[in-house]
Ligand binder design. Structure first.
Ligand SMILES: [Zn+2]
Length: 305
């Protein structure tokens, strides 16, 4: 069933588990994510970026909305990193039930103003909103305290920001960054900062850049001829700890892309004569589904639908 993001996330934060927001760009990812959710009886957030909407057009958005309506578990269709008011309106028109407005690169007052404008439009049609405060920069442990403070979410500012904007959930910058490279060694998560934010902000918190980049997946990608540098993701223990502290929405994109591409490389490498797309897209879809399932298990959302 198609529900708002807040409906899914409010329950998650109250009961202390996390819900995955998984990015889709095509039919295979959409199916993999929704099938994993149904098989594990887990709520799920299907995330489409502006790039995904451009790539997949209405074929993608309308497929996502239609399948979400039919799903036997709660599904929110979410705009990931909406960059403008116009972009949010487009998502609302397509039937999305959750939108993100990301004005985190602007100054605080501009972020408040632009976010508030989006909240008013979205709430008018019953859609809930994610906002972002702070920079999603990879931070390493040795970085100086004042440097961290300039980039990461300030707890007191977060409280004021949420009160002034009326946003429903908040993406926080606590050291994670997007992509497969999150700095050298074990990427740093500022758990004490997260705890302070959660103490002041009762809304569900959101973690971006949370892919695990599992070594076995990286190895499989490499073995099939893929090239990837020194990739490192967020440790499962750090994710569990973040959920216990108040994170309710965890975004995952990189891990799914890696799994999908590794399987396509593997299948085509083994069968050079194959040119039926179903023969390599099918196994790739299965691989995405397996990753989604393992994430749901880690987040604790299994059986919560
Ligand atoms: Zn993100």
């Amino acid at each position: 069933m198609l529900v708002t993001g807040l409906e899914i996330l409010k329950k998650a934060r109250a009961e202390g588990y996390g819900v995955g927001a998984f990015n889709t760009n095509n039919m295979e990812f959409t199916q993999a994510i929704l099938e994993a959710a149904e098989e594990l009886r887990s709520p799920v957030i299907l995330a489409l970026s502006e790039g995904a909407m451009k790539y997949g057009g209405r074929a993608l958005t309308q497929m996502a909305v239609a399948l979400a309506k039919e799903a036997r578990v709660p599904v929110a269709i979410h705009l990931d990193h909406g960059s403008s008011y116009e972009s949010v309106l487009k998502a609302l028109r397509e039937g999305f039930t959750s939108v993100m407005i990301d004005k985190s690169h602007e100054d605080f007052e501009t972020n408040v103003r632009e976010t508030k404008r989006v909240v008013e439009a979205a709430h008018a049609v019953g859609v809930t909103v994610e906002a972002e405060l702070g920079r999603l920069a990879g931070i390493e442990e040795h970085v100086a305290v004042d440097e961290k403070d300039a980039l990461l979410t300030n707890p007191e500012e977060a409280r004021i920001f949420m009160e002034r904007t009326g946003a429903d959930y908040l993406a926080v910058a606590i050291g994670t960054s997007h992509g497969a490279y999150k700095g050298k060694g074990r990427p740093f998560i500022d758990h004490p900062r997260l705890e302070r934010i959660a103490g002041l902000v009762p809304a569900p918190l959101v973690l971006h850049g949370a892919s695990a980049v599992p070594p076995e997946l990286v190895e499989r990608f490499r073995a099939a001829g893929g090239e990837i540098g020194e990739a490192a993701g967020i440790h499962p223990e750090d994710i569990r700890k973040a959920i216990a502290l108040g994170v309710a929405k965890i975004n995952t994109d990189t891990d799914l892309r890696l799994a999908f591409t590794a399987l396509i490389r593997e299948t085509l490498g083994k069968s050079p004569k194959e040119f039926d797309p179903r023969k390599y897209l099918g196994p790739a879809r299965e691989a995405v589904k397996e990753v989604v399932k393992s994430r749901m298990e880690l987040f604790g959302s299994v059986g919560k639908a």
